[in-house]
Design a protein around this ligand. Sequence first.
Ligand code: PLP
Length: 367
Amino acid sequence: MGLPNIDASKLTKTLTAKPKELVDQKKLAFGKNFTDHMLCIKYTEDGGWEAPEIKPYGPLEIDPAAFALNYSVQTFEGMKAYRSADGTINLFRPEKNMQRLATSSQRIMLPEFDQEQFLQCIKELVRVDERFVPNEYGYSLYIRPNFIGTEDNLNLQYSREALLYVYLSPVGPYFPRTVKLHANTKEVRAWPGGVGNFKLGGNYAPALRPTMEVVREGYDQILWLLGDDHYVTEVGTMNFFIFWTNSEGEKELVTAPLDGIILPGVTRDSLLELARKWGEFKVSERKVTMPEVLKALEEDRMLEAFGAGTACVVCSVSEVLYNSKTYQIPVDPSNPNAVFGPLTMRLRKELLDIQYAKTPSPWSVPI
Ligand SMILES: *Cc1c(COP(=O)(O)O)cnc(C)c1O
């Protein structure tokens, strides 16, 4: 009651004495290079939110008994800053990421924070490290907010201390090729009543072993299924879309519904809105099962399938291994070397044009 919330006007800055050399844009790998500074905002239950700090990027000091390190009291976000042709920098629907972080943090008893003020601080961090924002179409500055419980207490109640911090990583295009999926019929990523719809660190560690198993067999990602009817949920860490002629004979773009199993992607939401605005075919959020996918493949009704997320935007799926059988998914029948299907390509271009401010849109938020 009455304790201070995040206040961007109180932000302090300590700039690095050792600015990093910029990495050649062409050599940027995802999440391997970080900028000069980070944003840290501390919380205590007794004192509320402290003044936000921008300081040199570096290790955090954290107690070995912290909640985050013992019980995965950790949630994160992934968003990007894009430099447009005229040099200005924009975020893409950042308020969606703020909302999602708030929702995820509530689930693990992390404190409430002022989303608008936090966003102001993130914008200031991007301004401070502005020189790291790449200037080529397809390249961007990945923004990673992390929110962790820092109280040193092994009692499973809730963390009375927390740290919200943000760091930045310049990135290149993610998946410049089609992906091969291995449908997993053994492990599940999320389940009814679980936490698959929150961006919690605890959701990702258990996916590592199954993912590495399929990567070793030459696949790119897992197609996550759920239940005896093999409900098709997500691919790796992307939402999954199918474009097909459905069993009713209608052209339809379909993706899993927000039923608590899948992560509510900002990319997913944006693509649905774009496709609905076109009004050229049916756009649905509903459950699709693996047997329905196989039937569509058998009857030549499958047109395209793709994953969607901030990191890659969209990537076309060319193959799925399911119950030891390989199924080819069409990409672009008119071009055997195509990396994107025609609809996937069109959605990608519309979204990128908004992100790089070629197309004016309220989704583009200037820094
Ligand atoms: C982050 C994430 C997505 C994609 O969300 P975007 O907001 O579009 O980046 C999809 N699935 C999972 C499991 C994720 O963690």
